[in-house]
Design a protein around this ligand. Sequence first.
Ligand code: FES
Length: 319
Amino acid sequence: MKFIIERFDGKKSYEQTYTVEKKDIEALTLLSVLLLIKQTQDVTLNFTASCRCAICGACGVRVNGHAYIACDSKMTELFEEYGDTDAFRIAPLANFKVISDLVVDWEPAMENLRKIKPALVAKSEFSEKEGCRQNQEEFDRIIKQWDCILCGCCASECNKLTADHTDYMEPFVFTHAWRAANDSRSKDPMIHVKPSVTNGLWNCVHCQECANRCPKHISSADDIAGLRALAMRKGLNSGVGPAHAKSFYTDLVEDSGRLNEIRLALRTEGVSTVMRAGTAVTLMSAGKMNPLEVFGGHTIEGHKDLVKMIKAAQAANKE
Ligand code: FES
């Protein structure tokens, strides 16, 4: 079977096809297949790997467009996922600059990670003698985010980064910001929340691809939502993002329980939203928006229960 590998020699991109016997690779991981190709066919093929046991995060690549850690991807599972194919396309992670073949430049992502100060800045009441103690419950709260191995799969899948990476950071950066901000030993969560806000926290487009493809089953999308809630609770309420979130709440809880796109846009972007009047007319003529309900419509069935659920979630969140 064929492995079509996207290569880059520092100047030009090209693809190269390597052929291997299917029976020889069925019991291997994807990383073992790449090593086999390097050892038996082409020593110039470049990729990175270290631990070979899903810990170091060095072996992220794309298979047929999706991100995987190669050492933790069994060929049997890939055959199951993609059917009985006779070719796989292997490419470097997306949304990273390629250095050589499957090797990408991590420095810009590491620079982003530094911005949110991922290391613990401990409360001053911890003594040198006692250290920074944490009980099991406090540790359990952040244990999932500690599983992040910085493999870059979430960043590779991120639609926001693909569209425009200049005002956003890799999803795993927000996961580490959430983890640091929610560490019971932390002196001040805002040390991590503020740089998240100023570096694109509200620009996530909610595609959920980061959560879908994380090999450790971490949801950076949830962590981004958690950071947003924390930012708003701590008074970082200005800007389009918080206004948009508040407008959802107003529509669902204080109004009819029905999202009203016109009021949503007005509450979010103010009068500048008039520029979108044409879009509103198009939506109305396509039957996507009821002009009779622009300034308020009938309350949805079960609205009282919806409000009860939201209030209960809010109360639980405060505990
Ligand atoms: S080689 Fe370390 S995670 Fe794959």
